[in-house]
Write a protein that binds this ligand. Structure first.
Ligand code: NAP
Length: 342
């Protein structure tokens, strides 16, 4: 079966997902697109040489009988509305993170999916599909460093688009860390506190950049996450887990060791699309395979909700600088099964 996809939002990642669905992955094709700017949608189709319908309304796209499954890649503030509409239409939906911009919004999606009685939502948390993170997970699950005690994480971008606020920095960057750490550690976060180091002159005011988020899990693991949106030198994602008798580190992406001009060096990546290109392929492959059966797997609406609760607490702490509790609500039966993306 070929899954007929409708894509909402044909900007950077929407376009990249359209490319992979047509050029890289088997089993799906894009039959419809929508963007607030119709010209952007048409130019995305033209640049990828895809013949598909441009829908003026995202809701018409979701309801269309020609569309089997939806990819939501518009701005985060629109996600909740489109995902709820897809659930209402009983269509599998791949939603880029964040699932919604608040935990309350994510909860509405969870409740709608639970009421439907089956998984329809996959959230675009791609790190659990990355070979390096999968290797790290196997190391932890294989008890090669003993019980995890501490995690040190770093999320550095070259720069981010104008308009990033302190809160957006958290929802855009911290959400990935929270999701992958919940999966790696098989644990839930219970508190968050933000501390502000000296501010870089490279960030446009009033953004406070970098920020350090200190998190605690239910099992007592302490996690520090450096979020640095204007690090200039490269796109650098690092994760080190300290265990009872060893330390496990996320491998760097492969890079040729160069000896030249009296230096020994490795090039660093600068574009997020390159860092996780294989993981994006794998998450979309999982979505397409599952959508062919009329449902979804991988990071769930519940995982999106958990990430949003941690982000909300961190955003609260940006104002008070205090340790802010993260609720850990009861998990509905629909989300009891272990994540199987690795
Ligand atoms: P982008 O380049 O700005 O693309 C978003 C596109 O959606 C733009 O063309 C935008 O139009 C359009 N759009 C906005 N509101 C819409 C609406 N109501 N209906 C239809 N289209 C709408 O942004 P992006 O970088 O692709 O990010 C999109 C989403 O993907 C964000 O939520 C982001 O967090 C997520 N993302 C995830 C990853 C990841 O690693 N998983 C990486 C990048 C992005 P305008 O430009 O006219 O506003």
């Amino acid at each position: 079966m070929v899954v007929k996809l409708g894509v909402i939002g044909t900007g950077a990642i929407g376009r990249d997902h359209m490319r992979r669905c047509h050029r890289v992955l088997a089993g799906a094709r894009v039959v419809g697109v929508n963007d607030v700017d119709g010209a952007v949608a048409r130019s995305a189709l033209a640049s990828l040489d895809i013949d598909a319908q441009v829908f003026v309304s995202p809701h018409e796209l979701i309801a269309s009988r020609d569309v089997d499954a939806i990819v939501v890649a518009s701005w985060g503030t629109t996600h909740e509305e489109f995902v709820l509409a897809a659930i209402e239409a009983a269509k599998p939906v791949f939603c880029e993170k964040p699932l919604a911009v608040t935990a309350q919004g994510c909860r509405r999606v969870v409740d709608a999916e639970v009421a439907r009685g089956r998984r329809l939502v996959q959230v675009g948390f791609m790190r659990p599909f990355d070979a390096g993170y999968i290797a790290l997970k196997k190391t932890l699950d294989g008890n090669q460093i003993g019980t995890p005690l501490i995690a040190h994480c770093t999320h550095r971008n070259v720069s981010v688009p104008p308009g990033f606020s302190d809160a957006i920095l958290v929802t855009e960057m911290l959400s990935h860390e929270v999701d992958v750490l919940r999966w790696l550690l098989n644990d839930e976060f219970v508190s968050a506190q933000v501390v502000f180091p000296r501010r870089t002159a490279n960030a446009p005011a009033p953004l406070r950049d970098p920020q350090v988020v200190l998190l605690k899990t239910a099992k007592g693991v302490r996690v520090d996450v450096e979020l640095f949106a204007h690090a200039r030198y490269g796109y650098d994602i690092r994760c080190e887990i300290v265990g009872e008798f060893g330390v496990a580190e996320l491998p760097d992406p492969p890079s040729v060791l160069l000896r030249s001009e009296a230096r020994r060096s490795n090039a660093l990546l600068v574009d997020w699309k390159d860092r996780f290109v294989d993981a994006y392929d794998a998450e979309l492959r999982a979505f397409i395979d599952q959508a062919a059966t009329g449902s979804a797997s991988g990071p769930s609406a519940w995982d999106g909700y958990a990430a949003a609760m941690a982000c909300d607490a961190a955003i609260g702490s940006q104002a008070t600088l205090e340790i802010t509790p993260i609720p850990v609500p009861l998990r509905p039966a629909l989300y009891q099964t272990k994540r199987s993306e690795a």
